[in-house]
Ligand binder design. Structure first.
Ligand code: ADP
Length: 358
């Protein structure tokens, strides 16, 4: 075995090399094993690779690969984890694949090359941890739900009471219960997402209608900041309205959390190329360049003297990014430390995208 061969063997890596002009794939022995390919004939994307993907991951992975072949979308970068099902023995394996597509001078993809690693053990361990988080969140939710109803009833009974201490205490209890509910729901959503149980249910809706509703809701609870909304009239998207709503709420509540009192939060919606683009800008602490990419990682929180006393688990942005990715959109951030931060996300527009706004 030559040196690269030993290295591959030591790292337990399988490799693939796809000739996009001929539509054939070259897989080494290990990669063939991962995909359950036993025959010795030429491997093809459609006849061998796609059927070896787990049915629940098939659409997601083929969509990602299609994007890998569009230079302007992915720059050819490929980094995914998915399940394969051995065609012969039906064995389910988790693999991590990392690779790159190469383009010719006309930006046409010509070659797709990369490596695959068996991560089944690691993934099963992660899934067990997720199940645990889901179970704990469910258990915590039950007593919380039982507490919420009586507190709400007492709250409305004491609305006009003269006992300001009791009514104030109950109001606060209600607020804290809601806060706890949001945190627990965050964990529940994470475990649902990781076990593939979050489904995107698309429908057509007017984006600025949704944003307006969420801004209005936020204004009911936020008295510390002013929110200015610049709408995009008539822009329709085909997306999961509840999940996109939760992304906007999350970005808005981050803007409130991480910017000082009496500052302005600007919410903007516009059409840029073939996408509806939403931005949420605050005048807060901002982040430095190094944190930009990591911000969307699970459980990631920027640690500094400003954030030390702000509570959170680092899951909101991770969930938001997953939701936007599943809509074939993009989420990103622009910021300079001390000069506020702007979150952007975009969603592909429908064919008949802009209704007559008049
Ligand atoms: P959480 O706020 O619960 O910690 P998020 O996933 O929503 O979790 O955010 C991750 C981290 O990103 C935060 O801990 C914070 O450090 C940083 N961050 C998010 N939004 C902003 C913002 N508007 N300004 C500055 N930092 C932010």
């Amino acid at each position: 075995m030559n040196k690269p061969g030993y290295l591959k063997d030591a790292a337990q890596l399988g490799t693939f090399d796809m000739d996009l002009e001929q539509g054939v794939m070259e897989l080494d022995e290990r990669a063939r094993r991962f995909f359950g390919i036993n025959h010795r004939e030429t491997v093809t994307y459609l006849k061998d690779f796609v059927p070896a993907l787990h049915p629940d991951d098939r659409e997601k992975i083929t969509t990602i690969i299609n994007n890998v072949f569009i230079k302007s979308v992915s720059n050819g970068n490929y980094d995914v984890a998915y399940r394969t099902v051995g065609i012969e023995n039906q064995r389910i394996r988790w693999v991590r694949a990392k690779g790159k597509a190469y383009f010719n001078e006309q930006d046409k993809p010509v070659r797709f090359i990369g490596s695959v690693l068996d991560i089944t053990e690691q993934k099963l361990d992660e899934l067990r941890k997720n199940d645990f988080i889901a179970m704990v969140s469910h258990e915590l939710k039950t007593p919380l739900t039982s507490l919420t109803a009586p507190i709400q009833v007492l709250n409305s009974k004491l609305k006009n009471s003269e006992d300001s201490f009791t009514s104030g205490a109950l109001k606060n209890a209600d607020k804290q219960l809601k806060k706890m509910g949001t945190m627990i729901n965050g964990f529940l959503n994470i475990s649902r997402l990781e076990s593939g149980k979050i489904q995107i249910i698309k429908q057509e809706f007017l984006l600025d209608g949704l944003i307006r509703e969420i801004v209005r809701e936020a204004e009911l609870t936020v008295s510390t900041h002013q929110i200015k909304f610049n709408p995009c009239l008539g822009v329709k998207v085909n997306a999961d309205i509840d999940k996109i709503g939760s992304v906007i709420s999350n970005l808005l509540s981050n803007a409130v959390k991480y910017s000082p009192k009496d500052t302005i939060i600007h919410v903007d919606c516009q059409v840029v190329d073939d996408y509806a683009q939403v931005s949420i800008r605050d005048e807060g602490i901002g982040i430095n360049h190094n944190n930009k990419e990591k911000l969307f990682d699970r459980y990631y929180r920027v640690e500094n003297t400003h954030t030390q006393h702000i509570s959170g688990f680092g899951i909101g942005l991770y969930l938001s990014a997953e939701i936007i990715n599943r809509h074939a959109g993009k989420i990103w951030v622009e910021s300079e430390i001390g000069f506020g931060l702007t979150f952007y996300f975009n969603l592909p527009l429908n064919f008949n995208k802009i209704l007559d706004a008049s």
